[in-house]
Design a protein around this ligand. Structure first.
Ligand SMILES: CC(C)(COP(=O)(O)OP(=O)(O)OC[C@H]1O[C@@H](n2cnc3c(N)ncnc32)[C@H](O)[C@@H]1OP(=O)(O)O)[C@@H](O)C(=O)NCCC(=O)NCCS
Length: 133
């Protein structure tokens, strides 16, 4: 399948605009800023799903496909791949859409794992009934 045929997969969990302060010396947006937006989007989805706090335990399989420019709107789509006893594995895609005049482009995708934690930061069990929703 070509990039043009691809469509975002999952839930739109976060949308924001790249600002001048998010750029590097060449005017492109920092990869680290994009990863942090993905982390926020994944945490929003994981916390809604598990009904409580979550912490990021692992980030895997990241690749940056196209640069993001200042003023671009980025959209983070999240999809739960696997729910364990305490962990949630999530696919997170980032799409860039400046405006409706051109097609949205997939900027990056990665697999993040979050662990459900309690107020003290200790891992907690994900309720059994949530796993089968
Ligand atoms: C989250 C934390 C409480 C988990 O405690 P822990 O004793 O290390 O947890 P475990 O090794 O038992 O792993 C917990 C779950 O994560 C999974 N996991 C652990 N390491 C993993 C990795 N590298 N990749 C994917 N999953 C992983 C385990 O398989 C387990 O899943 P399950 O319960 O669904 O089977 C602890 O690791 C921690 O505080 N880490 C720091 C989190 C943090 O500060 N993140 C960044 C800021 S949000």
């Amino acid at each position: 399948m070509s990039e043009i045929d691809l469509k975002p997969e999952g839930t739109l969990s976060l949308q924001t605009i790249a600002m001048p302060a998010d750029t590097n010396w060449s005017g492109d947006v920092f990869g680290g800023w994009i990863v942090s937006q993905m982390d926020l989007a994944g945490a929003i989805h994981a916390e809604r799903f598990s009904k409580g706090r979550c912490a990021t335990i692992a980030i895997n399989q990241m690749a940056f496909l196209v640069p993001v420019k200042v003023g671009d709107v980025i959209s983070c789509y999240t999809k739960i791949l696997k729910v364990g006893n305490t962990s949630i594995q999530m696919q997170i895609e980032v799409w860039d859409s400046h405006d409706d005049s051109r097609l949205a482009k997939r900027v990056t995708a990665g697999v993040f794992t979050f662990v459900a934690v309690d107020r003290e930061g200790n891992k907690r069990q994900i309720p059994e009934e949530l796993k089968h929703m």
